[in-house]
Design a protein around this ligand. Structure first.
Ligand SMILES: [Zn+2]
Length: 420
């Protein structure tokens, strides 16, 4: 059979196994490895995966990629980002290095509220253009699907502006972008939490839903809201078809894990300070736990207890949490941090950064290299999966294939990004 694309001679093809739900416990490390592997790709999908000598007999192809001495894995899915913003906060980064905490900077009018002031001044086009530059660098680093949150508008006009800019990016880029409404990120200046929550529920959520601008509805309890306020925001979103997500227990135990379980959220993210009870509730409801080790590093806090969560049966995923407070553009870096500081195995980190990350944003058609999955594939210049976290500091990605199209070849963007 003649097909579009054939990848051959891979030192290893390593992929999580999709069991129709996110992987838990030992399933995270129970991955499939094929030595001297090949992948057949046709019409944007994976047609076949096996050994090179077998697939070479079955297929001829328009394009053949020789992945000799290289590792082939699914494209990274980044399930938690604040990629769309204006202006940087590098001075706050230096303040944090001098010992002033993230929450103290927030109280002084810095942090999220400062980004809000800059985003309100920026046009929709400027926001989209800046973000496309960041996403392009992230594609070069192997990320093929992106979640992006609003949350720097904090009024109806600017929250909608952010979500429309995300829509513009989605239309422009050949990668998938999944939008999340995060009206409850912080309380705007000169307004009480009660007043703002009312606006979120009565004004923002209906408009976001009507224009179909978001898939998920996220809350950051520690941004100044109460448990009950966040709960009512998530339930109001559900009535409009928005699926709950929770920024849970980043700086303290604010019952974020509990809230995610109670509202049947698709994911609870951060989980650095969650109670044992909260974690057990997540495990029993099979809510994805999205861990964000680059944030722990950036804000100088402790790392989430990944081993405990894996043992409890929480489906663990990994994300960058890219924002002006955590400027990490590389899932390879996140994997390295997860391995070194959260004691995850390379296989577990791979599953968490691909298949489980896809489930954390509701996508079932990608995240593993199996027949009929979307052909989102990356090739790394390392021979084996053990090199994840072992060889670090540079960009290991040589090829990025999205939806069966080659976007990056030998570390360079080849396809014009607009050719969706
Ligand atoms: Zn976040």
């Amino acid at each position: 059979m003649h097909i579009d694309l054939l990848i051959i001679n891979a030192s290893q093809i390593a992929t999580p196994i999709d069991r129709g739900r996110p992987c838990v416990k030992n399933e995270l490390s129970d991955i499939s490895i094929i030595e001297n592997g090949a992948i057949a790709i046709h019409n944007g999908k994976i047609l076949d995966v096996g050994r090179t000598n077998v697939l070479m007999k079955k297929y001829s192809a328009d394009v053949i990629i020789n992945a000799e001495n290289k590792l082939v894995i699914p494209g990274f899915v980044d399930p938690h980002t604040h990629l769309l913003f204006a202006g940087y906060r590098d001075d706050e980064f230096v303040l944090r290095l001098k010992g002033i905490s993230y929450m103290e900077i927030h109280k002084r009018g810095g942090g999220i509220l400062r980004t809000v002031r800059m985003v309100r001044k920026a046009s929709e086009t400027k926001l989209a253009d800046e973000t496309i530059k960041r996403i392009t660098r992230m594609i070069l680093n192997g990320t093929t699907t992106f979640e992006i949150k609003s949350g720097y508008g904090l009024d109806t006009k600017n929250e909608l502006k952010m979500l429309r800019a995300i829509k513009k990016i989605k239309e422009f880029l050949p990668v998938d972008v999944i939008p999340t409404f995060l009206g409850a990120h912080a309380i705007p200046e000169n307004m009480s939490a009660e007043e703002y929550v009312k606006i979120i529920i009565e004004e923002m959520i209906p408009k976001v839903a009507k224009e179909k601008l978001a898939v998920f509805n996220d809350v950051f309890i520690e941004g100044g809201f109460t448990y009950d306020q966040c709960r009512s925001i998530l339930l109001a979103g559900k009535e409009h078809g928005l699926i709950p997500k929770v920024h849970a227990d980043e700086f303290r135990d604010a019952n974020g894990a509990k809230l995610a379980a109670e509202t049947n959220a698709i994911s609870a993210d951060h989980l650095v300070n969650s109670s044992e009870e909260g974690l057990r509730m997540l495990a029993s409801k099979k809510v994805c736990g999205v861990l964000l080790p680059a944030t722990s590093m950036s804000v100088g806090s402790k790392f989430a207890n990944a081993r405990k969560m894996i043992n409890l049966g929480i489906p663990i995923a990994l994300g960058t949490d890219l924002s002006p407070a955590c400027l990490c553009e590389s899932m390879q870096m996140v994997i390295t941090l997860a391995i070194h500081f959260m004691k995850m195995l390379p296989e577990e980190a791979l599953t968490a950064a691909t298949l489980n990350a896809a489930y954390a944003i509701g996508l079932r058609d990608r995240g593993s290299l199996e027949k009929s999955k979307r052909a989102d594939i990356i090739i790394l210049d390392i021979p084996r999966i053990n090199f994840l976290g072992y060889l670090f500091g540079g960009n290991l990605v040589t090829h990025v294939i999205v939806n069966g199209k080659i976007l990056v070849e030998d570390g360079k963007i080849v396809s014009h990004l607009k050719s969706r």
